[in-house]
Design a protein around this ligand. Structure first.
Ligand code: NI
Length: 188
């Protein structure tokens, strides 16, 4: 008998009206007005459409386009993140990014990252092809005895020396990343 009761309920005009009102609250759409739909558009971002090329970027060519060490170049953006590349050799500076993790991919050479963790200090060694994430807030100091090329992934605007750091030596560029030089002259 429960089945019959259900059928009657759905067949009852009064019940159907209540259901339609709940599922399609036309009054709410009408109140929102003709421009309501615009609020659903993707908001403008600092992301890929900002000023980046929509052509492929060859990382080997990009790395060959500059020589400065510890001075990241922005190769592209993903949502609110930069993909940066850097050439490094020698020591960077102790620093921490309190608001973001920092992703490292070693494209060539070897990179060491000293870390000051709650349990003490340790150093990780990343060979070519290795990835590592320094968690937010962890003081770290990258170094490379013989030189390395890196790819970094971090929020746009992130400083290369974090928001806390030791004194910045002259060979370290404190930057939020530079544009690649060939970006303004594709194919040149
Ligand atoms: Ni860092």
């Amino acid at each position: 008998m429960a089945g019959l009761a259900t059928q009657r309920a759905f067949g009852d005009p009064a019940v159907s009206d209540i259901g339609a009102t709940a599922l399609f609250p036309a009054a709410l759409f009408a109140a929102a007005g003709p421009h309501a739909r615009s609020t659903w558009r993707r908001p403008p971002t600092r992301g890929h459409d900002r000023d980046m090329s929509h052509e492929p970027t060859n990382l080997t060519d990009a790395l060959a386009s500059f020589d400065q060490l510890w001075s990241p170049r922005i190769v592209t953006t993903v949502n609110d993140y930069d993909v940066r590349i850097a050439k490094v050799a020698g020591e960077h500076v102790w620093h921490a990014h309190d608001d973001t993790d920092e992703f490292f991919l070693v494209l060539d050479g070897d990179l060491r990252i000293a870390l000051r963790e709650p349990d003490g200090e340790r150093t990780v060694t990343l060979s070519r092809g290795s990835v590592f994430v320094v968690p937010r807030g962890v003081e770290h100091k990258p170094s490379s005895e013989h030189g390395a090329s890196l790819l970094l992934f971090e929020p746009t605007g992130t400083s290369s020396v974090g928001n806390r750091h030791d004194g910045i030596p002259g060979h370290v560029d404190a930057t939020t990343g530079h544009e690649l030089p060939e970006r303004s002259a594709p194919g040149a």
